[in-house]
Write a protein that binds this ligand. Structure first.
Ligand SMILES: NC(=O)C1=CN([C@@H]2O[C@H](COP(=O)(O)OP(=O)(O)OC[C@H]3O[C@@H](n4cnc5c(N)ncnc54)[C@H](OP(=O)(O)O)[C@@H]3O)[C@@H](O)[C@H]2O)C=CC1
Ligand SMILES: O=C(O)C1=N[C@H](C(=O)O)C[C@H](O)C1
Length: 270
């Protein structure tokens, strides 16, 4: 079987570099293009050299339209505006679009869903690590079983991260909210400052730490009257996300157009 042809967007970014290296190392896929924004320092450079592996003969370009004609899939960990624009292109060309970008607004999410309805095969997740997706299942069950415990989600990332809470923290919050049959957006406390008063029962709290080069640490705490359960995940290498994105590409090529999650890829919604 021929290898799936992949374009990596945000090629010069932290995840772009990890995605290039992971695609180059995988037998079932091949890198056919590398994209970055107009004006990026990565433009014109060899994607393999940028990623610290052998030269691949693929130069980073800002011409998405031209590159996508020869591709089956885009792996995109960039920024919300870029992901929306790529989703619209993917819809026109019927491509697989893997979106790891976090910090999307409600309007961005609606535009991405519309691109799925219009012909793209999109897998979007705040975290592509299979371990993290498994953790969301545990969190949902624990939040259901311990219905009166206080749920707090704590995350720490590197000092260059631009959105908060992390996409993963929000996924974990959504999982806890599902376990409680409540709507996260009406029951979350995203920041605390000043004289806040006592904690409101039933809410899901978030706390955000930033520093150093932490790849991604998340903890869900369920605090009860005389005990505390801590469900922890620590990413040790961005390869875990990149390999999850490749798994999603391989799954999505066989699906009808639409918007899917990593839980769909792993068969957790069957
Ligand atoms: N779902 C998951 O598993 C994971 C998700 N992420 C998410 O992925 C995203 C990227 O993270 P990270 O790699 O650390 O960030 P970086 O800032 O290192 O990389 C982002 C890349 O996207 C490029 N970019 C920014 N804006 C645009 C645009 N409008 N058009 C095209 N390219 C653009 C940047 O170019 P330039 O630098 O030139 O501005 C850069 O190359 C974040 O949202 C992060 O939260 C990260 C890890 C895992
Ligand atoms: O920006 C990052 O680095 C990460 N972003 C994702 C998020 O917002 O949860 C996933 C991972 O935690 C790393």
């Amino acid at each position: 079987m021929s290898r799936l042809r992949i374009i990596v967007a945000g090629a010069g970014g932290r995840m772009g570099l990890a995605n290039i290296a992971a695609v180059a190392a995988h037998d079932a896929v091949e890198l056919v293009g590398a994209l970055d924004r107009a004006g990026s320092a990565a433009l014109g450079k060899d994607a393999g050299v940028l990623a610290g592996i052998e030269p691949l003969g693929i130069l980073v370009s800002d011409d998405a339209g031209a590159l996508l004609d020869g591709a089956d899939a885009i792996i995109d960990f960039t920024a919300p505006a870029a992901s929306v624009a790529l989703a619209q292109l993917a819809a026109k060309k019927g491509l697989v679009h893997i979106i790891g970008t976090t910090g999307c607004s409600a309007d961005d999410e609606a535009a991405i869903a519309a691109a799925g309805a219009a012909g793209a095969r999109i897998v979007k997740s705040g975290n592509f690590s299979p371990g993290m997706v498994a953790l969301t299942v545990l969190v949902e069950r624990a939040a259901r079983a311990l219905g009166d415990y206080d749920v707090e989600v704590l995350e720490m990332h590197h000092n260059q991260k631009v959105d908060a809470p992390s996409g993963t923290a929000l996924m974990l919050g959504e999982a806890a909210a599902r376990g409680r049959n409540i709507d996260l957006k009406d029951n979350s406390v995203r920041v605390r400052d000043g004289h806040t008063g006592p904690r409101e029962a039933g809410t899901i709290g978030f706390a955000t730490l930033r520093g150093g080069n932490v790849i991604g640490d998340h903890m869900v705490i369920l605090a009860g009257p005389s005990e505390r359960i801590e469900l922890n995940h620590r990413a040790q290498d961005r390869t875990i996300y990149a390999n999850g994105a490749i798994k999603a590409v391989r799954w999505a090529v066989g699906q009808a157009p639409g918007l899917y999650s990593m839980a769909d890829v792993l068969g957790l919604n069957d």
